[in-house]
Design a protein around this ligand. Structure first.
Ligand SMILES: [Zn+2]
Length: 113
């Protein structure tokens, strides 16, 4: 279950940041997760509830912001959003589309005491 390893890494990063500013308590962790990652938000939240115990994030809340997938065609400029019909072929010109957003997996914001 890769959500668990994601959560572990996020908590490590958050603890690192908190230690750098000499804090011992994290209040809020906000994540940006792209649709293309195929991450289950409930699994992230569950993993967080389990793994935060005994860390600096013990009392922290987790917020997950989902970033919609967006494909852009560099040939004709057409854009598509949403993961529904995931094809990298442009419906307008048949060219190849590039993934502009949707691959994010990052610590977006931290609130530290
Ligand atoms: Zn096109």
């Amino acid at each position: 279950m890769h959500e668990i390893s994601i959560v572990r890494r996020i908590i490590d990063m958050a603890e690192g940041e908190a230690r750098q500013v000499g804090s011992s308590s994290i209040r809020l962790i906000r994540l940006k997760v792209g649709e293309f990652r195929g991450v289950a938000v409930e699994a992230l939240e569950f993993g967080f509830a389990v793994l935060k115990k005994g860390t600096l994030a013990d009392g922290a809340r987790l917020e997950v912001e989902l970033v919609q997938l967006r494909l852009d065609c560099h040939e004709c400029g057409q854009a598509r959003t949403g993961i529904g019909d995931l094809s990298f072929i442009c419906p307008g010109c048949g060219g190849r589309m590039n993934l502009s957003t949707g691959r994010e997996l990052e610590l977006d914001y931290l609130e530290i005491d």
